[in-house]
Design a protein around this ligand. Structure first.
Ligand code: F6P
Length: 408
């Protein structure tokens, strides 16, 4: 059952579109968002099946609809991926994403019928591009780094890839009403310039649409930092709303210098707690306080040290050690609660097209870091987010690359 819904969720998202339309980018972003929210999500990419089973040496003629052997091999790969997808959904998967061109009505009907027969809800997402610049950027940025073209001359690789697109184009059928018999669809034209939605209902599909509406492909860095040291940090006490210490004030100045040296000023978000707002105060750009960015609420433990909690409430202390993700402080929050309240923050950060800086707190930044770095939240709950350090996430074609800058 999905983490935020009383209904059981079993959704198959079927990607549709010609090569170089950003299907894999969208599939991975959606998968990352939904798994971060707690849905068991997995992408099944046909290209990965082809490379793993048949190697990555195929040139464009393999994709020619007139190539009988190529057709047979490609339908076998499509079948293998779909079979694995259905099997995985049968073992408790909640959202599966079928990442392939699925370029004909007939093919899509087969996929849909197999999913519906297994009791699964189907949403098609078509990514179509009328803007040639988006396609060109996609070819350059993702295809040239694909294992299909490893070691190949870039000019030759681009020419081969264009020929591959032409093969698909010769029999491509965009989504139509016929595809929505027993299924829903979302058609994205030029990454959200136009969005067509057909027969979409339900909580999770609605969440998916909301996410897709805010997605874009503009690359910009994201800077994550904790506030400067607070007077409660000096004492090793958690939570509270203390002001900055003398060292913390120095960090705020250094951070202002760091921001001034950036190529492009970032949009800055803080929590509503003093220590983050004081850290942002010397910056030459405005900042936006946001309650959703406040630190995890430690409830009855707020203001205590970890040693005090272990001594006075050993059961609570141990319970948190055992399951840090789900453990909820009495009258406070769990990490899962924090992730749920950060959902609108993620939507806003995805929507923004300029560089971003988030000045927040350890638990909140762990949760945001997990989303951007595509990590399972449980894997980062013990990761140190040091004070007085900016974590810079630089965008690559599919993932961010992290660097850390210690300023004090
Ligand atoms: O110690 C600083 C702090 O931000 C506390 O306010 C917060 O409770 C804690 O870090 C979160 O880290 P952890 O989940 O590891 O206790």
């Amino acid at each position: 059952m999905g983490p935020n819904s009383p209904h059981s969720t079993r959704l198959v998202i079927v990607m549709v579109g010609l090569p170089a339309r950003g299907k894999t980018y969208i599939a991975r972003k959606v998968a990352r968002f939904l798994s971060w929210l707690g849905y068991r999500t997995r992408v099944f990419n046909i290209g990965d099946y082809r490379r793993a089973r048949l190697g990555s040496q195929h040139r464009h003629d393999f994709f020619d609809p007139g190539n009988v052997e190529g057709n047979r091999a490609r339908s076998e790969m499509a079948e293998a991926a779909l079979g694995d997808l259905l099997a995985w959904m049968g073992t408790g998967g909640e959202v599966a994403i079928y990442d392939a061109t699925n370029s004909t009505v007939k093919r899509r009907a087969t996929v849909r019928d197999r999913c519906v027969a297994a009791g699964l809800q189907v949403v098609f997402i078509e990514s179509a591009c009328e803007d040639q610049n988006i396609i060109e950027a996609n070819i350059r940025e993702t295809k040239l780094t694909s294992p299909d073209y490893a070691g190949m001359d870039p000019v030759e690789a681009v020419a081969d890839f264009r020929a591959r697109i032409a093969h698909y184009q010769s029999r491509y059928e965009p989504l139509t009403d016929a595809d929505a018999e027993g299924a829903s669809f979302i058609k994205l034209i030029d990454v959200g310039r136009v969005v067509v939605v057909h027969r979409l209902d339900g909580y999770l599909p609605g969440k998916l649409l909301f996410y897709l509406l805010n997605l874009h492909v503009v690359r910009r860095p994201i800077y994550l930092t904790r506030h400067g040291e607070s007077t409660l940090n000096e004492e090793g006490r958690i939570g509270g709303d203390a002001p900055l210490s003398a060292k913390g004030t120095v960090y705020a100045q250094k951070l202002a210098e760091f921001v001034d040296a950036l190529e492009q000023p970032p949009e800055v978000f803080t929590s509503t707690l003093q220590r983050t707002m004081q850290t942002a105060a010397p910056l030459s750009v405005d900042s936006n306080p946001w309650r959703a960015l406040d630190e995890i609420d430690a409830g009855v433990c707020d203001g205590m040290t970890y040693a005090e909690i272990a001594l006075k409430m050993p059961h609570e202390y141990e319970a948190r050690q055992r399951d840090k993700l789900r453990y909820r402080y009495p009258r406070g929050e769990s990490y899962q609660d924090v992730i749920a309240r950060l959902e609108p923050v993620i939507i806003e950060l995805e929507r923004q097209r300029q560089p971003l800086m988030v000045i927040a707190h350890q638990a909140v930044l762990r949760a945001l870091y997990a989303y951007f770095m595509d990590k399972a939240p449980e894997d980062v709950l013990r990761m140190e987010i040091p004070l007085h350090t900016v974590i810079r996430l630089a965008p690559g074609p599919y993932a961010f690359v992290e660097t850390r800058h210690r300023l004090v």
